[in-house]
Structures are given as structure tokens and as C-alpha cells.
Design a protein around this ligand. Structure first.
Ligand SMILES: O=C(CO)COP(=O)(O)O
Length: 121
């Protein structure tokens, strides 16, 4: 079982839903479990995906995903960041990305990279 975290900033949530829909076959497979930050998870659920939604990003969701990476419970992170917006929880965002590098966990921050990662599964 592989656990993939999906996260998208508000300006990228539509892109995330589109990405999920385009890769529904692999993401719906029994071998993949999805976890997400709160609002991203709600959007994914509305699109018909089975997702474990954690806290919303600004309220600690990124930190929970980061902890999952450190605990080796999360094996891939797809994080569509909005590079044109400011985020009050920027330290948490950097922590998540740092821990992906500490633990050598694949991290995609845009759809093109995420697509290549899924193709590599
Ligand atoms: O803020 C986020 C990532 O940094 C995403 O959080 P939400 O999915 O709750 O909007």
C-alpha cells in the first residue's frame, strides 16, 4: 500500500481536481491511499475520490503531512503550490518540503512533475 498526500493552495485547487480526474484509474487503485489537507480533501471527495482529509493547511494540515513524511507513513507528496500568493503558514510549507528532502520522499509541486511521478509507479 502506497500513501500519497495531495495538497493544493486555493489558486491551484481547480488544477488539482483536474489532475485527479485525469489520473483517476491509478489513484483509485487498491494499492494507493490518498491523504490530504482539509479543503483540498473536501474538493477531492466532491469529485468522488476516497481521501483521508486532515486539518486545513493554515491550521496545521501541512504540518500533519510533514509528520507523516517523517514517520514514513506518507510515500509521495503532490503539492500544487500557488507561487503568486502569500501564505500565513509559509513556515509549515517549507517544513513539509524540507522533510521530503530529509527523507527522500518524492515531492511534485506542479502537475507536469506529478504526472511524471505517477508514470513512475
Ligand atoms: O494551505 C494548504 C497548503 O499549504 C492547503 O490547505 P487546504 O487544503 O486546507 O486549503
Amino acid at each position: 500500500m502506497m500513501t500519497i498526500a495531495i495538497i493544493a493552495h486555493d489558486g491551484k485547487k481547480a488544477d488539482m481536481v483536474q489532475f485527479l480526474n485525469e489520473h483517476r484509474e491509478i489513484l483509485d487503485s487498491k494499492k494507493i491511499k490518498l491523504v490530504s489537507t482539509g479543503t483540498t480533501g473536501e474538493k477531492a471527495k466532491k469529485a468522488g475520490f476516497n481521501v483521508e482529509a486532515l486539518l486545513s493547511g493554515p491550521l496545521g494540515g501541512d504540518a500533519q503531512i510533514a509528520a507523516g513524511v517523517a514517520e514514513k507513513d506518507i510515500h509521495m507528496v503532490i503539492f500544487f503550490r500557488d507561487p503568486l500568493a502569500k501564505h500565513p503558514h509559509e513556515p509549515d510549507i517549507f517544513m513539509l518540503m524540507r522533510l521530503c528532502d530529509v527523507y527522500d520522499v518524492p515531492l511534485a509541486t506542479n502537475p507536469s512533475t506529478a504526472e511524471l511521478l505517477l508514470k513512475g509507479l
